[in-house]
Design a protein around this ligand. Structure first.
Ligand code: ADP
Length: 602
């Protein structure tokens, strides 16, 4: 497109130039036709004028030639009085008729009398026999001639007529009378014309014109015979007649007079040229106007196009933005859906985990119950055997009439059954699946746990020391679960001290950094490095099969974590192992509100 533009411009310029040139040509041609038309009209007006000027005096020499006086003057040419009279009358006629000159010649061509007799260049005494009009008139015919006066140097049209003896035609011819008509006045009317006007003789010699430089030049080169003839007749006073130097161009012409003259008008080429230039200028102006309005139109169209383009671009951008926003929205909602799905899965997993954990806890509890069963039967058997023995003895006392002793035994029976009831209630409470969250007094939980394992400690010959600390420690949680954790830790400690020389377990409680801490230490072998790595893993146990499941610490740890607490273990200085249970303390304001609602096994 860009490469084409200069070429296009060039073509445009060429087309413009062609149009302008065409307009010039057309304009000048039309103007030329107009000018020719005008010129021929002008000639049409001018030619009759000239014609009448030439014809007007046609009869004057003829009439004079018939006059007795004129014939007499020729007959008495030596009589000065006659000549003087003749001169005077010729002069009077000349003045009256307003001709150039009137003069009378004898048969030899010598001028006898003339209207200009009293002027320095008067014709009297001059011989004009060499003029063709003289010989023509002498031959009895009208002689007509145009030429420069050899005497005066003034050009004129000469008409000559014979003068007959006694004034009667057909008689012998004694002389010739001539009228000279000057065309100066006529020529002077041309001066105002802008176009060259020419009067040319039959051989094409210009003798009258409003272009001084053209005078006595021929329209075309003259043949030698014509040139010789001109020299002989002294028509143009021996002037060398050269062809016109400048080309004349087209012209209009009309024949005029009796000598084969041509009245010619050369319509000015300047006018045609001017018209052409005017047309060309007009065309250029029109083109410029067209160009300017075309350019304006083009600009306007381009602006409109630009506007619609920019509008389209804006719309495209808006659409694009909308589409991208939609895409982004879709992406986001897709991500959202994904997240929601993941969240749902997570919730599902959490639910599953919680239920699994709950099941675990329950399973752990039941497993612990199973483990405790042996101890429990022993614990229950003892009071049961005591009850039977007391009852037997009571019957014996009653039979022997010793009611007081019998009553003492019934009291023992009551004590023993009360103890059995307490043990059973404890077990029932522990086995119950209780999730209730409440304020828990940690000291009480520790005591309850210890109570359940009391007989087991005794049976194995281990000693349990409990220091519940100065202030009561309350935490928020489920009492059964907390007891489950404590029983677990106490059982593990009991197991650990089984083979030790001194079988001891210490429980100590304290408040540290807003947390309740329960430490359970034993005199066992401590936790080996190997074991420490897997301590809280489910199903990790070092105990022989049937005794341990490896779930205790795993379950305990998950219970503690669920209460936002921590369960840890290490080997303290002085040997053995120490487990540390850390639970967040309950906020003080809640203590009293919940104190009455505590759910505890005694
Ligand atoms: P289990 O008691 O059924 O083996 P636990 O999870 O309660 O399962 O204990 C896992 C293991 O941790 C035990 O097998 C034992 O090796 C170790 N262990 C737990 N408590 C102690 C302790 N007080 N002293 C030494 N080792 C301990």
């Amino acid at each position: 497109m860009r490469a084409k533009q200069p070429l296009l411009l060039l073509l445009c310029l060429m087309a413009c130039a062609a149009v302008i040139a065409g307009a010039f040509h057309l304009g000048s041609r039309r103007a030329h036709a107009d000018v020719m038309e005008q010129g021929s009209r002008q000639l049409q007006l001018m030619a009759p004028d000239l014609q009448s000027l030439l014809e007007r005096f046609e009869t004057l020499p003829f009439v004079l030639g018939q006059q007795h006086e004129v014939a007499d003057a020729l007959a008495h040419a030596d009589d000065p009085a006659v000549v003087a009279r003749m001169n005077a009358s010729l002069q009077a006629i000349q003045r009256q008729a307003k001709v150039g000159a009137l003069y009378l010649m004898d048969r030899k061509g010598l001028t006898i009398a003339a209207s200009n007799w009293d002027q320095p260049l008067g014709f009297v005494g001059k011989n004009f026999s060499y003029r063709p009009y003289f010989s023509e008139a002498l031959a009895g015919r009208a002689g007509r001639f145009y030429g420069i006066g050899t005497n005066t140097g003034e050009a004129g049209y000469f008409i000559a007529q014979p003068v007959y003896r006694h004034g009667s035609a057909g008689g012998p011819i004694d002389g010739v009378i001539v009228v000279k008509i000057t065309l100066d006045e006529f020529e002077s009317t041309w001066a105002s014309s802008e176009d060259p006007i020419v009067l040319a003789d039959r051989s094409g010699v210009i003798f009258r014109t409003n272009r001084p430089a053209w005078r006595y030049h021929s329209l075309h080169p003259l043949p030698a015979a014509t040139r010789a003839e001109l020299a002989r007749t002294q028509q143009y006073m021996g002037q060398a007649i050269a062809p016109l130097a400048e080309p004349t161009g087209p012209y209009v012409t009309r024949a005029v007079g009796r000598l084969g003259w041509q009245l010619m008008l050369f319509p000015g080429r300047e006018r045609a040229l001017r018209a052409g230039i005017q047309w060309a200028a007009g065309a250029a102006l029109l083109l410029a106007c067209a160009g300017v309005s075309g350019w304006a139109l083009h600009q306007r169209r381009r602006r409109l196009q630009e506007r619609t383009e920019s509008r389209a671009a804006l719309q495209r951008a808006a659409r694009d933005l909308e589409r991208r926003i939609q895409e982004r929205t879709e992406e986001l909602s897709e991500t959202n859906r994904h997240l929601a799905q993941k969240y749902a899965k997570l919730q599902e997993a959490e639910r599953l985990l919680r239920s699994t954990r709950d099941e675990f806890v329950q399973a752990g509890k039941l497993a612990m119950l199973g483990q405790m069963a042996a101890g429990m039967t022993h614990e229950l058997n003892q009071p049961l055997a005591a009850i039977r023995a007391f009852a037997d003895n009571a019957r014996t006392f009653l039979a022997r009439g010793m009611p007081e002793q019998a009553d003492g035994n019934l009291g023992h029976i009551s004590d023993a059954s009360a103890r059995m009831g307490a043990i059973i209630a404890q077990l029932k409470g522990f086995a119950r699946k209780d999730e209730a969250i409440a304020s828990v007094d940690l000291a009480r939980s520790v005591q309850a746990s210890a109570f359940l394992l009391e007989s087991e400690f005794k049976r194995r010959g281990a000693r349990l020391d409990i220091d519940t600390g100065a202030a009561p420690l309350h935490v928020t949680g489920n009492a059964v679960r907390i007891e489950q954790v404590l029983i677990n830790l106490l059982r593990n400690a009991l197991d650990a001290v089984d083979g030790a020389a001194e079988k001891r377990v210490w429980v100590a409680m304290a408040q540290e950094d807003g947390a309740a801490v329960v430490r359970i230490r034993d005199s066992g072998p401590g936790i080996s490095e190997q074991v420490a790595a897997h301590l809280f893993e489910p199903f990790f146990t070092t105990k022989p099969s049937g005794q341990g499941l490896g779930l205790g610490l795993a379950i305990s740890s998950s219970i503690v974590q669920a209460m936002n607490g921590r369960l840890g273990a290490h080997n303290p200085e002085g040997g053995g192992a120490q487990f540390e249970l850390r639970l967040p303390l309950q906020a003080l304001s809640n203590h009293n509100d919940n104190a009455n609602n505590e759910e505890h096994t005694p």
